[in-house]
Design a protein around this ligand. Structure first.
Ligand code: GBH
Length: 483
């Protein structure tokens, strides 16, 4: 007998292996609020958001959705919906207010202890990111932040405190979220904190270099001091749009390879193969830093799983006159959203960059598996946004059929990749709640749960949350056997 509530061919939970984990994701600066409480130091986003012109609606995350005070309600919601895991990040400047590792702020530790304990009490596994873009501001101004070699040691120190204080309960760690975004948008295009754009040929590659080394240093600390007793795993989170060739022309196919090397190879090749992709060395010359022999030893296999944030797919064509930014110029390609015939690659979400192309996720998972030794992968973020709209009703936002279609499509693509033989271990929807969407402020809503910013930050699960909940709870198998 067919499983009662799933249409033929529609994705269902039994398409995923036993032990596959489903969760929701957020990040500290985007949801916590309480930016000035309990001894927390400023981070680069606290400062960046206050500078006129960087955030679309002039907002900041001083309050955001106030998870710092409402974590119990949010954890209960996660549990009620049936998710088994919560991916959140720790705010570095809550632990070390000046970033220098002088003195642990016990109140910051206490907050995460409470959150972790409450998750576990509700049967939810914590998946913890150490760095999701919120560098302690003092570390940036006094030491040069990601541009200075010193940040590697400071990050390792911070990581060590997190392992020591939380690692008895946290078994899944991620060092850094999307180092690409920090490097390119933070240090070349300047639309993200710290908003640097004066040295776009050089700084992004330095900022990436020290993030990679910081990752490796944290993994080293974990393996040497904690792994044996705590038994957890630790990974890096990269972001990658799938790149589909615009045409059959050889040049377009080659530009696809280049695009993927500049997105993924930039961060994964040093860990898996000991150096940056050859094409980056050719094109960037002296701007690309060198790894010392010691770096290479530290980097070698410094990863237990790959975290993949994936939202969308672009068509890629060779192009020698991409003046968008030096980063894209070096890649000699352009990103296109319409097929040659003029048809859109997929339906657009609210964000200008986000087209709904589920098959792209299957392809990128297969690509990673092929290139990186069929390594374990977690999809650590996947989701889409609606535009904030003052004249829309609450119900308009709650009936998010488009998001339901998005999740069905993308989960189907993950299930396909698993059947293809890719070792995918888990999937995290972005995001639990509507929240502070960086340079877009509150103008974009990525949540499975709506937040009413005008009325006490009340949470309302959207249709997609209910759909997910049903998907998660429906353990009947797909077609044969029990009903
Ligand atoms: C994720 O990045 C982040 O990890 C998460 O915090 C965020 O909320 C989520 O995306 C949704 O955006 O197109 O260059 O003008 C995904 C990669 C990087 C995609 C920045 C959008 C927007 C700037 N994102 N990019 S750009």
């Amino acid at each position: 007998m067919a499983a009662p509530n799933s249409d033929a061919g529609e994705v269902c939970r039994s398409d995923f292996p036993a032990g596959f984990v489903f969760g929701v994701a957020t990040s500290a600066y985007q949801v916590e609020g309480a930016t000035n409480e309990d001894g927390k130091g400023d981070n680069i986003w606290d400062v960046f958001t206050k500078i006129n012109g960087y955030i679309k609606d002039g907002s900041n995350a001083d309050i955001s959705v106030d998870q710092y005070h409402r974590y119990k309600e949010d954890v209960e919601l996660i549990a009620k919906l049936g998710f088994e895991a919560y991916r959140f990040s720790i705010s570095w400047s809550r632990i070390f207010p000046d970033g220098l590792g002088n003195k642990v702020n016990e109140k910051g530790i206490a907050y995460y202890n409470h959150l972790i304990d409450y998750l576990l009490k509700n049967g939810i596994q914590p998946y913890v990111t150490l760095y999701h873009w919120d560098l302690p501001y003092n570390l940036h101004v006094s030491e040069g932040g990601w541009l200075s070699e010193k940040v590697v040691e400071y990050f390792a120190l911070y990581a060590e405190v997190c392992f020591a204080r939380f690692g008895d309960r946290v078994k899944h760690w991620m060092t850094i979220n999307e180092p690409l975004q920090t490097a390119v948008n933070g240090y070349s295009i300047g639309i993200f904190a710290p908003g640097r754009r004066d040295s776009p040929y050089k700084e992004p590659y330095l900022a990436a270099h020290y993030q990679i080394l910081a990752h490796a240093a944290a993994v080293d600390v974990y393996r040497k001091k904690f792994k044996a007793t705590q038994g957890g795993e630790i990974g890096l989170v990269v972001d990658c749009e799938w790149a589909e060739a615009f045409s059959d022309k050889e040049q377009d196919k080659v530009s696809v390879e280049r695009r993927l090397d500049f997105q993924l190879g930039w961060f994964l090749d040093p860990i898996f193969y000991g150096d940056y992709p050859a094409v980056m060395r050719e094109r960037l010359g002296d701007h690309l830093p060198q790894f010392t022999q010691k770096d290479k030893e530290l980097l070698q296999n410094a990863i237990d799983f790959i975290g993949l944030n994936h939202y969308t797919t672009k068509l890629i064509a060779h192009s020698s006159d991409n003046s968008e930014s030096p980063f894209y110029e070096a890649q000699e390609m352009e990103r296109i959203v319409k097929w040659q015939g003029g048809e859109l690659i997929g339906e657009r979400a609210a964000s200008e960059w986000l087209y709904i192309v589920p098959w792209g996720l299957r392809k990128v998972l297969n690509y990673i598996a092929r290139k990186y030794k069929n390594f374990p992968i977690y999809v650590t973020e996947n989701g889409m946004d609606d535009e904030e709209n003052e004249s829309a009703t609450l119900n308009d936002f709650l009936n998010d059929e488009k998001r339901v279609r998005y999740f069905k499509g993308y989960l189907g693509a993950v299930a396909q990749a698993i059947r293809d033989g890719v070792d995918v271990r888990g999937y995290f929807a972005w995001s639990l709640l509507d929240n502070f969407e960086w340079a877009q402020g509150y103008t974009k809503r990525f949540g499975l749960v709506y937040v009413d910013y005008k009325n006490g930050l009340k949470r309302y699960p959207k249709s997609s949350a209910f759909w997910f909940s049903h998907f998660l709870k429906d353990k009947s198998d797909n077609g044969v056997g029990q009903s």
